[in-house]
Design a protein around this ligand. Structure first.
Ligand code: PDD
Length: 277
């Protein structure tokens, strides 16, 4: 299959990554996961805006124009004949002798992008996923989609080891987000989700979901909620590029609402689906 390497399409097995790539050594870089439905990029503008915003926050220069980036991603989809799947794309601060200091301005960011086939998670979206509440031990710049995912990885593995699908993170009892998703709850017909500040990633699917709230006349508040409120919620769900709107069935082995009913969630899922088509 083809990949994008530094702006050019090339076969995956023709490239190699330098051992002094700063992404590899320091996690010094940023990434995006973009959905492809029916051979077309979904919410590309939002993803590219977030990518450039992440770059700016870590003082990294993206050596490509946004339109250039889009054109090469479309070429990648076409070359790989991707219908439904994702594009993973990342930029690292480049290759230089290992040193914490930024390399000189002559060192260019390294871009890699590749595709993966994946269907919509229809079964999970209907049945729901189980989750485990885990302490959020990450740094205070979770709004940056950085390659440093160790905190997320450890939390997710803790959930998997407990037989769960996702970890729901909290700081001092206040729920922030999932290890690789955003989380929202429904209380008395209103959707609550953490405000998009430095403690969470401002998820694109979260935005599409809030748009679905508008189009279905569902009230919402971008307001944080506690673990206690989460466990008592009428409904709870996670959102992400790959999981869309997926209900949470049980948290810490405790059922959330009525299993399989997911009244508000189903309405939002329908509106989300309409957005894709
Ligand atoms: N995860 N929060 C975190 C910490 C995430 O890593 C993600 C995305 C989200 C949801 O964002 P979006 O709706 O823009 O996908 C929230 C990606 C898919 C991943 O790392 O695989």
């Amino acid at each position: 299959s083809y990949i994008v390497f530094n702006g050019e399409l090339t076969k995956r097995d023709t490239i190699s990554i330098d051992i002094e790539d700063r992404g590899y050594q320091f996690g010094d870089g940023i990434y995006e996961v973009v959905r492809v439905y029916n051979g077309r990029l979904f919410t590309w503008e939002e993803h590219v805006e977030r990518l450039y915003a992440s770059a700016e926050k870590i003082r990294m220069t993206v050596p490509y124009a946004k339109e250039e980036m889009k054109a090469v991603m479309e070429k990648l989809i076409e070359k790989n004949q991707l219908t439904d799947g994702t594009i993973y794309l990342q930029l690292t601060r480049g290759i230089a002798p290992r040193n914490h200091a930024f390399p000189g301005s002559d060192v260019q960011a390294v871009l890699v992008a590749y595709t993966r086939v994946s269907d919509r998670p229809v079964a999970l979206m209907e049945k729901g996923a189980d989750a485990l509440v885990v302490e959020d031990k990450r740094w205070l710049h979770c709004d940056i989609k950085s390659l440093n995912l160790l905190g997320n990885v450890l939390a997710h593995q803790e959930a998997l080891d407990a037989g769960c699908y996702e970890a729901i993170l909290h700081r001092d009892g206040v729920v922030t987000e999932g290890s690789h998703t955003n989380i929202s709850i429904v209380m008395n017909g209103t959707v609550y989700t953490h405000p998009a500040n430095n403690l969470i990633l401002n998820g694109i699917s979260r935005k599409v979901m809030l748009k679905a709230c508008d189009s279905t006349a569902t009230s919402y508040k971008e307001e944080a909620f506690t673990v206690e409120q989460l466990l008592k919620a009428d409904e709870a769900f996670i959102t992400s590029t790959t999981l869309e709107i997926t209900p949470i069935r049980r948290i810490n082995n405790q059922p959330i609402g009525i299993e399989g009913e997911y009244k508000v969630i189903k309405k939002l899922q329908e509106a989300f689906t309409a957005d894709i088509e």
